[in-house]
Design a protein around this ligand. Structure first.
Ligand code: FE2
Length: 208
């Protein structure tokens, strides 16, 4: 009995220790914009809001809708409000919304906004509605993310899906060490209501 109790205490201690270990304060590995970052001059003054699943047409975007909650914090764990956060990704038909991509009927989803921007609130958090990223030819599912704030300047990276079978074949994922992979791997949980299929909360760590 004593042994069993000791074991139980030991496992309880391990559980308590886990969150601290999981808090890797690894700064996001910088990546390039890639070929599909929509240029500002093309975006103009249109409202590229935080809901990528609506473009003004009545239809909702194809794909599995995802509530994407991002929190920006520095390597010391201090949240950073007022960070400009941009995300972009391909639609459910693997088409990017970009001036260099010819959009024709049937080759893309006109209801998917493709790019969105928002600013973090006082808790360092920002909420997007988008779709669960899908594979793009030659790439594992990913969401591009760009952060801007006076304290650290500009930082661009990509978010991946934890456990996706395509990751091991992805040239960018393979260049990351285990800690960097953890810092970029979103863990999706099922969501219900409001047409959502998935939700995730992910911390983006920037230089202190
Ligand atoms: Fe991409």
């Amino acid at each position: 009995m004593n042994t069993r109790r000791t074991l139980m205490l030991a496992s309880a201690a391990a559980l308590i220790a886990t969150p601290a270990l999981a808090q890797t304060r690894r700064v996001l590995p910088p990546m390039t914009d890639g070929p599909f970052y929509p240029p500002k001059r093309w975006r103009g003054d249109a409202d590229w809001d935080a809901d990528l699943t609506r473009t003004g047409s009545s239809a909702a975007a194809r794909g599995e809708h995802l509530a994407l909650l991002l929190q920006v914090a520095d390597a010391r764990g201090r949240v950073i409000d007022g960070t400009e956060v941009e995300i972009w990704q391909c639609d459910a038909m693997a088409a990017y919304r970009h001036p260099g991509v010819r959009a024709e009927p049937g080759n893309h989803d006109p209801a998917f906004q493709g790019f969105g921007a928002a600013r973090t609130a006082a808790d360092g958090g920002v909420r997007f509605r988008t779709i669960r990223p899908v594979p793009y030819p030659g790439r594992t599912p990913h969401i591009h993310v760009k952060l801007r704030h006076a304290s650290f300047g500009e930082l661009t990276s990509q978010l991946f899906l934890a456990g996706d079978p395509g990751n091991a074949r992805d040239f960018l994922w393979r260049q990351l060490d285990a800690e960097e992979q953890t810092s970029l791997a979103m863990r999706l949980d099922p969501a219900s209501g409001d047409g959502l299929k998935w939700q995730t909360r992910h911390t983006l760590t920037v230089p202190a």
